[in-house]
Design a protein around this ligand. Sequence first.
Ligand code: DAH
Length: 342
Amino acid sequence: MQSEKIDQIKAEIAAANAGNPDELEAYRMRFISKKSVVGALFAEMRHIPNEQKKAYGQLVNEVKQLAEEKFQALIQQVDSGGREKEYQGVDLTLPPTTWPVGGIHPLTATRQRIVEIFERIGFNLSEGPEIEDDWHNFTALNFPENHPAREMQDTFFIEKNPDIALRTHTSSVQVRVMENEQPPIRTLSPGRVFRNEAISARAHCIFHQVEGLYVDENVSFANLKQTLYHFAKEMFGKNTQVRFRPSFFPFTEPSAEIDISCQLCGGKGCNICKGTGWVEIGGSGMVDPNVLENCGIDSEKYTGFAFGMGIERIAMLKYQINDLRLFTENDIRFLQQFRGLL
Ligand code: DAH
């Protein structure tokens, strides 16, 4: 009687199936839990005559083991069935989505390109401090005592000390290099500069310049022109025209502003170049003999040329950016346009 019942339960376990968590739970209730049919078989033990208890116990334990093995198998079945459903309709042969990667900031890319162009024609790199003294930023560069750049309106002074300021141009690095080295000198100094200006689309109180200096015997204005022609064509393309406009800087004589043909209209005249066909990229000139002497270089023996250009200005012309503030706002939509620049 009991063994018939046990055989029936065994057959039931063998035939059991579970296609989802609910069916799995129903199986657990029927064959595993305390109140299951297997539990009931254990409860029967009390009514079994003593001499049959051992054999009965063995049979029931077998059933219990069968029920548990089957339960584990059904768990596996439900699990993998679930995962298959989860991935239904997913094309596993597609390439994975990539993580978003950052890019080089357009100003960094522009600076690197400028450096690369000058390094190839023999310029090395030099640096100077952003907090400068009056000598390196002004006096050694031949600025007269009452020059407006020395006023608080134009320059950030540190703690009202008139001797220490944030450098207003990278020309201060020229002085440091010439004080420490004798010609031949061919050096390029990119860096940050600071001026007391209200921030607008066209002006900022922090921006970047790159300074160039070449001092040797027999350096002439022709060398300066040729060097900057080469730079403009490498930077902006071989059809770019360069023009030098007479100008004045305390530290160069003669001095010239450097213009290039407008990148937008190709020189025909548009609103970027204000109809002239030309845009300014920096200043230049022959190093004033006073400056050479201030730095301990014999101005009878050596001559030199220097130039200073705005890196923002060059980036704006190259990538047609019309607002200086975009460089520092870190708007991801702006920056993403320059991904893969280098
Ligand atoms: N320092 C000048 C400025 O910030 C730019 C400049 C002009 C640099 C002429 C030079 C130069 O080296 O020769 O406006």
